[in-house]
Design a protein around this ligand. Structure first.
Ligand SMILES: *Cc1c(COP(=O)(O)O)cnc(C)c1O
Length: 838
């Protein structure tokens, strides 16, 4: 056939089933298994093939089957109950202020909509779902990739093959965004042409998420393909995709008539949104500096990468080519424009999207406490003169969407056991009354979930081997692999080298002796490597190779195509969730949170979230929180720790059974893990924290800047320009007589700062104890002397010890977002200088 198009029509649903359509088009079903079950029953044998996609289930339903279901009182009753739940959920979401736009390059809502690659996307999906649960007024912006992210196939040697599928929007829970009956379109200027962008709406509970696509007939073929794949390789397509996301995203929101107060950039990919917002203001008559202040005031940046090389950067010539004309639109020079993202690398300057995001936002954060610390050090150079801990980058530790990842059986146990209010107040630790969880009931369910996982592993392994053309004996073996009663350890994640999937093979003899010991243990592995990540792919092969070489194929299973569906099976079914990143490379990690929620115990490096969550009784740490001199030394120490803990603690505890066969010691740890991780690492806690710590204050300050004809905005912008132009000539020197031990330090600091309002100057004594604590003490303005402003103070440490100190002058304005918003800092030279005569 010469195909010219596609028609899709959902069959007319019999009256009693009409509500199914409403539910199918809202991803609310992705965290309501009873809703999914209704669609599954339409054609159970097809359901998995449709990747559990309700829209597809309706599209392909046989009318006779639907009629039969409409006659089935049980089914109709279940439809009615689910639809009533769904409507009740939507009606009871409050829509709290402020209005937020959330931008992300990827979203993981469900395996049937594969527009995510891993943790970042799942996190974005969970953020949206929790925002819906909490009733925030949030709108999501992202991309629809019509070939998605790849599906992974593995050869028996562990060689990864990437398979791309065409995703048909008509068969997904997406609706074309229309205006006057026609698809709504916006344009983004590219070199020599305009690229048009349309959007699909994914409704996620009460939150709309607009997914943009350039796959439109009016675009050139190469521009149509621009949104085909997530993280398509090549810098040119990356900058194009990011322009669509950032610039196209703002234009789409405007075309929809939306006016967000807060703009949240989930990772630097979205940072071009700041350019478009500033352009709007400059076009409406603002100066660039006012546009920058106003834009940044409402913007928030979440960074996810603890490695400098992980931050998105572009060559300057590429930026100059693609953003040609933008400096004119913003009323600045090309150099000033480039400075917004400029980053010096050893090989020369580049344009960093993270730097752009930081320059155009007034709130920024990492995704765990440790990652916040690493980020402050990494970006310290953008706040010259500040100590690392003063850099205004905070953190909010990630969380997971509870009902997306909690197994229904446990969900119902928790519901029966915890207070009635638990499901709506997941982030409140007092709701998680784990002591009331019956030991035998908990153990019965844990056994059932493990057995379910083993069954799933066998099915998947069978398929995998069949596809690889394995012999019948190998296929039969797949059906019997693993033991549903044996301690099961899971390891699944992106195969990036820093995740060290093969750490446990450091000492093969030791590993084999543990695995062949008297008490059995088995492993399941899964994970994708990015298509361009050759070392990551090599790791998968090495893993396959080592398993085979040690003859551990019966005890260590490597599964292909890690996605949300396999992730759920794993985190729900394993007993132990293993994570071995090289500290501090794991910004947060979230899969371990999913495992803990389901009653598995974490066994991990003290990195990311686990460095905060581990309390010695809710799981195990691998290694300690030291940093080693070399990677080899760290790998060796971590591997030893892994073997010892596994052999002497984990395995014996799992098999220490009481009179009725339950492992009480183990279950005590499971309870503690659920209690400590369930509420704190929920996306509800995370989004609530974003709401209070960032969204609400940002919206308030952004509005405050614009009050009274933007009086404060103009004042701050003018003050910054004034200080900026005068700061180079500021001089500071100190008379610091040598302080004898146990005597207070007597300080006299002199400042010459012509052209800077004196009331915005501050002189600070900065003291650092050798143990690391930082103390900042303001000196007192004490008039003038020797043609300079004099500041004085005395200092005696509160505790004995050895201290370093310095003195600096800073400029700060009371209307800044924080005292360290902008680093006007000058340190007094260590040598006592003679006053400068002017
Ligand atoms: C949760 C999840 C991740 C992220 O897990 P990490 O702990 O960051 O490795 C990645 N992929 C899938 C499919 C997930 O469900």
């Amino acid at each position: 056939m010469n195909v010219i198009g596609r028609i899709t029509a959902i069959p007319a649903l019999p009256e009693p089933l009409k509500g199914l359509r409403e539910v199918a088009y809202n991803l609310w079903w992705s965290w309501n298994p009873e809703a999914q079950h209704l669609f599954e029953q339409i054609n159970p044998s097809q359901w998995k093939r449709f990747r559990s996609n309700p829209v597809r289930a309706l599209l392909e339903a046989e009318p006779e089957r639907l009629l039969a279901l409409a006659e089935n009182a049980g089914y109709v009753g279940a439809v009615e109950a689910t639809v009533a739940n769904f409507r009740h959920y939507l009606q009871t979401r409050p829509q709290k202020p402020p209005r937020i736009a959330y931008f992300s390059m990827e979203y993981g809502f469900h395996e049937s909509l594969p527009i995510y690659s891993g943790g970042l996307g799942i996190l974005a999906g969970d953020h949206i779902k929790a925002a819906s649960d909490l009733g925030l007024s949030l709108t999501g912006i992202g991309m629809f990739y019509h070939e998605g992210y790849f599906r992974q196939q593995l050869t028996p040697e562990g060689q990864q093959r990437e398979v791309y599928e065409d995703l048909l929007p008509e068969e997904l829970p997406l609706q074309v965004v229309l205006k006057d009956g026609k698809p709504l379109k916006v344009g983004v200027e590219f070199p020599g042409r305009t690229v048009y962008v349309m959007a699909y709406k994914a409704q996620v509970g009460a939150i709309p998420v607009y997914l943009m696509s350039t796959n439109l007939p009016e675009n050139r073929p190469e521009d149509r393909a621009l949104t085909a794949r997530l993280y398509a390789p090549g810098q040119e397509i990356r900058i194009e995709q990011e322009m669509i996301l950032g610039i196209g995203g703002v234009r789409l929101l405007r075309a929809l008539g939306l006016s967000p107060e807060v703009w949240h950039m989930n990772e630097g990919h979205a940072a071009f949104l700041g350019l478009e917002r500033m352009r709007e203001m400059v076009a409406a008559g603002s100066s660039f500096s006012e546009a920058l202040e106003a834009t940044a005031a409402g913007a928030l940046f979440t960074t996810h990468t603890p490695v400098p090389a992980g931050h998105d950067t572009f060559p300057l010539d590429l930026v100059e080519r693609y953003l040609d004309g933008w400096w004119n639109r913003l009323g600045i020079s090309k150099e000033e424009f480039i400075a917004l993202g400029r980053e010096e690398k050893s090989y020369g300057p580049v344009f960093s999207m993270s730097n752009l995001a930081l320059h155009t936002s007034r709130a920024a954060g990492g995704v765990s406490a440790l990652h916040g610390e690493v980020s402050r050090e990494m970006f310290q150079h953008l706040w010259k003169g500040l100590e690392a801990e003063e850099v205004p980058i905070g953190h909010i530790t990630n969380g997971i969407h509870t009902f997306t990842f909690l197994h229904p059986e446990l969900h119902s146990l928790y519901e029966r056991t915890f207070p009635k209010t638990w499901a709506e107040q997941l982030h409140d630790p007092s709701q998680w009354t784990v002591d009331r969880l019956e030991e035998d009931e908990l153990w019965r369910i844990r056994n059932k979930l493990r057995a379910g996982l083993i069954e799933e592993v066998r099915l998947r392994l069978f398929e995998q081997r069949r596809r690889n053309g394995d012999l019948p004996a190998s296929l039969r073996a797949a059906e019997k692999v693993l033991d549903p009663t044996v301690l099961t350890i899971g390891f699944a994640r992106r195969f990036a080298t820093y995740k060290r999937a093969i750490l446990m093979f450091t000492d093969p003899d030791r590993l084999v002796s543990i695995l062949n010991g008297p008490l059995p243990v088995q492993f399941v592995f899964a994970g994708k490597a990015h298509p361009k990540d050759e070392p990551g792919k090599e790791f998968i092969k090495k893993l396959a190779e080592k398993i085979k070489a040690l003859g551990l194929e019966d005890k260590m299973i490597l599964l292909e195509d890690y996605d949300m569906s396999l992730a759920r099976s794993l985190v729900q079914g394993v007993d132990v969730w293993l994570n071995t990143p090289r500290r501090p490379m794991e910004a947060s990690g979230t899969s371990g949170m999913k495992a803990a929620l389901n009653g598995a115990l974490n066994f991990s490096i003290l990195d990311g979230w686990w460095a905060e969550a581990f309390n010695t009784t809710n799981g195990w740490a691998i290694g300690d929180d030291r940093t080693y001199a070399t990677e080899e030394a760290q790998d060796h120490a971590d591997a030893q720790s892994f073997y010892d803990t596994l052999q002497y603690e984990i395995i014996p505890l799992f098999y220490a059974r009481g009179a009725v066969g339950t492992p009480s010691g183990w279950l005590a740890m499971v309870r503690d893990s659920i209690r400590t991780c369930g509420p704190t690492y929920s996306a509800q806690r995370m989004v609530d924290e974003y709401h209070h710590k960032f969204y609400t204050p940002l919206a308030k300050r952004a509005a405050h800047l614009l009050e009274n004809n933007a009086a404060v905005l103009k004042e701050v912008a003018a003050w910054k320009s004034q200080v900026q132009s005068a700061w180079n000539n500021v001089k500071v020197w100190v008379e610091a007589p040598h302080a004898a031990a146990n005597q207070p330090l007597q300080l006299r600091a002199f400042v010459q700062a012509y052209g800077i309002p004196t009331e915005t100057l501050k002189v600070e004594l900065v003291v650092r104890r050798s143990s690391g604590d930082l103390e900042v003490v303001a000196l007192k303005p004490s008039g003038q002397e020797r043609e300079a402003l004099l500041y004085t103070g005395t200092y005696l440490p509160a505790r004995p010890g050895s201290y370093l100190y310095g003195v600096r002058v800073v400029a700060l304005h009371p209307e800044l977002s924080s005292p360290r918003e902008v680093a006007f800092v000058k340190w007094a030279a260590a040598v006592v200088e003679e006053p400068v005569k002017v």
